[in-house]
Design a protein around this ligand. Structure first.
Ligand code: SF4
Length: 212
């Protein structure tokens, strides 16, 4: 068995409740809703992905889990005062790969663990994570229906906010879909949040300030 990792880097979280918070991003390769190849995009279940999670993959064997955790930990600025070490496991779909040994190794390194998932894969009950962000996708079966944060890309035909507003999350974010209609989507998302105050606007801060 192997962990397939697209990239690991230190940045500011750009989206949702932890927006602006320093974090190490661990981006896993692979997703169950799209192969990641442009030729497959039109027939993918999720076809608006803005993330490359297929090229230049690093591989860590399962018995190299401590090396992977150390690689993540090395990026945190330990010599500063304050702040709480935070790693965001994202993808791709991180729940295809995230397991107990890696969570244990990250916790042992002092990290809080956040997970950003499309919500279609149940979390192994042995896995201990600290923050769950679910981002539902249209035409999928949502299995993770509770957590810290629901972040819905808007608009999505067949995945409108009304379908999710009664789920058991602490925060409800609506994030304008990127792409050629971004300006229109920002406007419509803003309008929706103004009319439905349970939803908060999430902008992709990292794109606005020009960091990855
Ligand atoms: S579910 Fe997420 S990672 Fe997978 S294709 Fe869609 S946006 Fe990309």
């Amino acid at each position: 068995m192997t962990y397939f990792i697209k990239e690991i880097y230190y940045t500011l979280q750009g989206e949702g409740a932890h927006s602006g918070r320093a974090a190490v991003i661990c981006r896993f390769a692979g997703c169950n809703l799209w192969s990641g190849y442009e030729d497959d995009r039109s027939k993918a279940i999720c076809n608006f992905c803005d993330t490359n999670f297929v090229d230049n993959i690093r591989r860590f064997a399962k018995n190299e889990v401590d090396i992977l955790a150390d690689t993540i930990a090395t990026l945190w600025p330990w010599n500063t005062i304050g702040g709480s070490p935070y790693v965001i496991c994202t993808g791709g779909e991180p729940l295809l790969q995230l397991d107990k040994p890696l969570c244990d190794a990250l916790h042992a390194n002092g990290f809080e663990i956040g997970v950003e998932t499309n919500g279609t894969i149940l979390i192994n009950s042995k896995i201990d994570i600290d923050w769950l962000c679910v981002s539902p996708k249209a035409n999928t079966t949502l299995l993770l229906i509770s957590g810290n944060e629901l972040k819905l890309i808007y608009p999505q035909k067949n995945a409108m906010p009304e379908l999710f507003v009664d789920l058991s999350f602490t925060h409800f974010f609506l994030q304008p879909m990127d792409g050629p209609d971004q300006a229109i989507n920002i406007q419509s998302t803003t309008t929706y949040c103004l009319k439905h105050p349970k939803w908060k606007l999430s902008l992709q801060l990292h794109k606005i300030v020009g960091i990855s």
